[in-house]
Design a protein. Structure first.
Length: 408
């Protein structure tokens, strides 16, 4: 088993009651079975409070207004106060850390929906780098299996696929850090790269046989990832790509209309964040209805010039979404969909910052962190909303390659 931990994770420290947007508000916190059994056994006055403070049917903490029933007036957790850190449920102990499992690989990183974690993410000097290690006993066993020829075709296919996806993610990271190219073009190149890789992956799967699923016919997938990586990272690649997308840069009306449609689409999501639909409605009204195309485009150009001062922060945000989503294609075979979700997320946060810039005249880190947290709480902390977006990104014509090129 191989393990990776985002380097920035070690720099996260919960600020507790000083947090401007505590994680103890806004949603029901699920309780794992082990913690639930421990709470049921707790005696005395606090045991009775635990009993009445839990929704036993849904196995989660009840809310008092919008806050967890155990959040006290000083902004601290009474369960932590009475039972210590070990008494907290797994979700509260781990958040905002989360782990992704890809078979023989596990990765741990921070979640953007926590304000302090978001600050750590956007300030990350390592720019999405990982610490990696492998358990010695597992490594030896794998080597022994390899020597004895006992690695199955399925295991080999999974390993090939994961290595190909890691190659894709590494290339995306390199593209997003390429500061000689505008940020919008970097996002466009990331989309085009994953589009091209997805097409080759699908062809390899078809060649391997439709009945065997996405993990069949993988012999050439890693080689395809390597070849495309070389092409997109070549010395003149960005210059050639800039000429190809030049027509999209002139579609100002198209960009405004599509961005408004993207924004309106999110009104249909589950309302995790209080007042999300009102926020979206306000943004659409002020950006796309009250402003003409020239006024909107002038504001956007002003904002883009200011945003350059936060170039690393915007890069880190894009890298966060790439690191979080891309390897998920290991399970559903849709790496292009993951790239579209990453780019969509960045553009939604960027548009929120544009809106705030139009109101306040500021394009600073504070606005970026706040916009990123609010988006993440609404989208990433809801499986229903993530599933909704993933379906729309596949079927909705708004998210064709050309359609997305017109926006970024």
């Amino acid at each position: 088993m191989k393990y990776r931990v985002a380097q920035c994770l070690d720099r996260f420290v919960c600020v507790g009651a000083e947090c401007e947007d505590t994680c103890c508000k806004g949603w029901r916190i699920g309780i794992d079975r082990e913690s639930y059994e421990a709470y049921r056994k707790e005696k005395g006055a606090f045991g009775r409070r635990l009993f009445w403070g839990i929704d036993h049917k849904n196995r989660c903490f009840k809310l008092k207004g919008r806050a967890c029933a155990f959040l006290n007036s000083q902004g601290f957790c009474d369960i932590y106060k009475e039972m210590g850190r070990e008494g907290m449920c797994r979700e509260c102990r781990d958040y905002p850390r989360h782990v992704e499992d890809y078979g023989n690989l596990k990765e741990a990183m921070l979640c953007l929906s926590c304000p302090e974690a978001a600050r750590v993410i956007v300030r990350d000097e390592s720019q999405g780098a990982w610490r990696e290690w492998e358990r010695e006993e597992r490594r030896k066993r794998r080597e022994e299996d390899g020597q004895s020829g006992e690695i199955s075709e399925r295991q080999e296919g999974s390993r090939e696929l994961l290595e190909a996806l890691e190659e894709v993610r590494d290339t995306l990271s390199a593209l997003l850090r390429k500061r000689s190219v505008s940020f919008g073009q970097r996002l466009a190149m990331a989309l085009a790269f994953c589009h091209d890789f997805q097409r080759r992956w699908n062809m390899a799967c078809e060649a391997g046989g439709r009945d065997n699923g996405k993990k069949s016919g993988l012999g050439g997938v890693r080689e395809a990832a390597r070849q495309l990586s070389e092409r997109y990272l070549a010395e003149k690649a960005a210059e050639r790509f800039a000429r190809r997308i030049l027509p999209f840069r002139r579609q100002e009306a198209e960009r405004m209309i599509r961005m408004g449609a993207w924004m309106r689409l999110t009104e249909g999501m589950e309302p995790v964040l209080a007042g999300w639909d009102k926020i979206v409605g306000q943004m659409c009204r002020e950006l796309y209805h009250e402003k003409g195309i020239k006024e909107y485009e002038g504001l956007r150009r002003e904002f883009e010039e200011k945003a350059v001062s936060l170039e690393r922060e915007w890069e880190n945000l894009a890298l966060y979404f790439v690191n979080t989503y891309v390897l998920g294609a290991f399970y559903d075979g849709d790496v292009y969909g993951k790239a579209k979700l990453a780019v969509f997320s960045v553009m939604m946060i960027r548009e929120r910052c544009l809106f705030l810039y139009g109101r306040e005249g500021k394009a600073d880190e504070r606005a970026l962190v706040k916009a990123a947290c609010r988006y993440s709480r609404q989208v990433e902390n809801s499986d229903q909303n993530l599933e909704f977006l993933e379906k729309e990104l596949v079927k909705n014509h708004l998210f064709s390659l050309k359609g997305m090129m017109a926006v970024v």
